[in-house]
Design a protein around this ligand. Structure first.
Ligand code: 3PG
Length: 306
């Protein structure tokens, strides 16, 4: 009997685990659960006899893949798969997939929670400003970016996007203005929401030079990855632009220092919250389980990323 392991440091909602179990068991597969593990050794032990693994931001490196002797497929229940060593997986003959789009609405909704928090001065009682009519720049127009645009229309915001890989027509059909570069997006928009993955090309790309082009009372919202920020540039921006706020769902490496020094202008969630809703857990978790069953039973590799 094939064994699917859910290995999640940050657990799914119980209802999502129940749904994953139903998918696994109705396909004649067994489900094992490793949640809230504190040591890598626990993960190394749990993967030993798994045929398939469902993860979230859990780190699947060469050591884990080498310990997972039977594993044929790893599915990242979510969008970003920068936490999986794809080369090591390919070398071990392991298929890696993600579940694109399944948690995008949850992440996009959080963007607006953070944005209102920022525009209203972190709820400090002082007079803030409204989102209506403000220019919002969406950096990367993928699944999350599109959901951000959809919700922003309800706030009556003026929408702009830059995406090197999405055709201009696909952006403009949503009544979003497509700009020619990230530089133009930052120059134009008082608010920029980051939705780029962490890749060799994007790591450290959000730097002082770019952010300093932003109009007055600028806010950068990061629900993407901390690695895309140039942390020295972020520090310089907070230091030199007292009108600038940075609100993030992913702690910066120098989080404690920034939170203390720039209180009221720097905020990060204690734990990544973007995809942490029952709906997103159900959507991404069940999609992951179905992809595993379809791969094991029919060889379907539709969402393969390696
Ligand atoms: C993703 O890439 O899907 C999001 O960053 C969510 O990550 P999480 O599953 O660790 O919350």
């Amino acid at each position: 009997m094939a064994k699917i392991l859910i290995a999640t440091d940050k657990p799914f909602a119980a209802i999502a685990v129940k749904g994953i179990r139903e998918v696994a068991e109705s396909a004649g597969m067994e489900l094992a659960l490793l949640e809230k593990y504190t040591e890598k050794a626990q993960l190394l032990d749990a993967v030993k006899d798994a045929d398939a693994i469902i993860i979230r931001s859990d780190i699947i490196d060469k050591e884990v893949l080498d310990a997972a002797k039977q594993v044929k497929i790893v599915v990242r229940a979510g969008a970003g798969y920068d936490n999986v060593d794809l080369d090591a997986a390919t070398a071990n003959g392991v298929v890696v997939m993600n579940t694109p789009g399944q948690n995008s609405n949850a992440v996009a909704e959080l963007v607006f929670g953070m944005l209102v928090y920022g525009a209203r001065g972190f709820f400090n009682g002082a007079s803030g400003w409204e989102l209506k009519g403000k220019k919002l720049g969406i950096l990367a127009y993928g699944n999350v970016g599109r959901n951000v645009a959809r919700i922003a229309k309800g706030f009556d915001m003026d929408l702009y996007a830059y995406d090197a890989y999405t055709p201009v027509a696909a952006i403009e059909k949503d009544d979003v203005k497509s700009v020619a570069s990230a530089k133009e997006l930052f120059e134009t928009c008082q608010i920029v929401s980051l939705h780029i993955p962490a890749t060799a090309e994007t790591k450290g790309s959000i730097n002082f030079e770019l952010m300093n082009k932003m109009p007055k009372n600028a806010i950068v919202i990061n629900t993407a990855r901390k690695e895309v920020m140039d942390e020295a540039g972020l520090t310089k921006m907070l230091e030199e632009r007292p009108d600038f706020k940075y609100i993030s769902d992913i702690k910066s490496a120098i989080d404690v220092e920034l939170a203390a020094k720039y209180a009221g202008r720097y905020f990060s969630t204690p734990k990544k919250m973007g995809a942490q809703t029952a709906e997103a857990n159900i959507n991404a978790g069940i999609a992951a389980a179905r992809q595993i069953v379809d791969f094991i039973q029919n060889g379907n590799e539709k969402f393969r990323v390696n």
